[in-house]
Ligand binder design. Structure first.
Ligand code: EPU
Length: 316
């Protein structure tokens, strides 16, 4: 099968929602990333299922893109099929203070929408960028709480090895099967989250809104949100007796704020943010990540683990 045939088949499946050699810098929050061979934006689960089955059948690697935050794509880009879930962005209220939302819905929009519905619970996640699917996969959270306790069920397409023509089937998973832990979950290998049902509460909406506003204002003051960034680069680290070592604080104490490699820079505002000052490459960012890990290890004997996902190929 030639690349041209692949392109024709994908075009036949999704029309002009297919693009060849699409620069991923246009789809990541830090505005960095080489090109995807094939880039598609399915509009519903049926289309997504068809695309995934096609990829398996044709031995084409596939990648799922949510909001493109917390994700660094190397400069050589991604071989195969990149699927954005940006059209999976609906949300609707269900009986019993529950809400159903699509995996591609940006979490900040879901937080605001649920408060407008008079429902509380999600405001503890104010300030986390990214889409719902990614937030569930990594059990996103802040000091105030994480998403796991709110998840009633997750709908996903799960790969079964029966036949490649129907490799994926729709399944619903509960929190027990997802085995949430700090910043992680255990989804079946190759599973693609399409949406979730969250259980919220009819609590004190005014208090929740005030909390939301105050976190939002604090975040605007403390994070470099006016520059392209990756969100938090590293996870915070749990120490003994419930002590938390905050990555941002460690980086500040190691005197790394403001350090630059190429056009990438450790933010002066928040140590756990790397910003793109214009034209930064993934290689610049990776050099900074390496530098931070080395210096923090040297200084505090703490090994910082990236919270971001690093994918794709290097350039030669
Ligand atoms: N701090 C410093 N220097 C810095 C930055 C932070 O000393 O340069 C200190 C702060 O003073 C504070 C502590 O470190 O005492 C924690 O900082 P912050 O309140 O900014 O929270 P964080 O743990 O760095 C977390 C999430 C963010 C989320 C905020 C909302 C993680 C790894 N990150 O940040 O999520 O926006 O809480 O308050 O848990 C993301 O996940 O991408 C993300 C941006």
């Amino acid at each position: 099968m030639t690349i041209q045939t692949f392109e024709e088949q994908l075009k036949a499946m999704v029309g002009d929602r297919f693009k060849a050699n699409e620069p991923l810098s246009a789809h990541t929050s830090i505005r960095i990333g080489g090109s995807a061979d094939f880039f598609v934006s399915p509009q519903d689960i049926g289309e997504l299922e068809t695309l995934l089955n096609w990829a398996v059948q044709n031995h084409v690697p596939y990648w799922i893109l949510g909001a493109g935050t917390n994700m660094l794509v190397r400069d050589g880009g991604l071989r195969g099929l990149v699927i954005t879930l940006k059209h999976f962005n609906q949300c609707k209220p269900l009986e019993g203070n529950r809400v159903e939302a699509g995996a591609g819905l940006p979490l900040p929009r879901l937080v605001e929408w649920s408060l407008a519905q008079g429902l509380v619970g999600l405001e503890t996640l104010t300030g986390i960028p990214g889409a719902l699917g990614g937030a569930i996969t990594m059990n996103a959270g802040t000091r105030d709480g994480e998403i796991a306790p709110l998840v009633e069920s997750v709908t996903c397409l799960v790969k079964n090895n029966a036949t490649s023509e129907a490799a994926f089937k729709q399944t619903t998973l509960g929190p027990k099967q997802l085995c949430f832990s700090y910043r992680s979950s255990k989804l079946p290998k190759g599973a693609v989250i399409t949406g979730a049902v969250l259980k919220l509460e009819q609590g004190d909406v005014n208090a929740a809104r005030a909390r939301y506003q105050s976190i939002k204002e604090k975040r605007l003051k403390s994070q470099p949100l006016d520059s392209p960034n990756l969100g938090s680069v590293f996870k915070n680290v749990s120490g003994k007796k419930g002590k938390t070592f905050f990555a941002g604080a460690l980086i500040e104490e190691a005197e790394l704020k403001g350090v630059r490699v190429g056009q990438a820079r450790i933010s002066e505002k928040h140590g756990n943010f790397i910003i793109n000052e214009g034209g930064a490459t993934a290689r610049d960012v990776l050099s900074l990540i390496g530098l931070i890990r080395d210096k923090v290890k040297e200084r505090f004997d703490i090994l910082l683990e990236p919270e971001i996902k690093i994918i794709g190929e290097d350039t030669l």
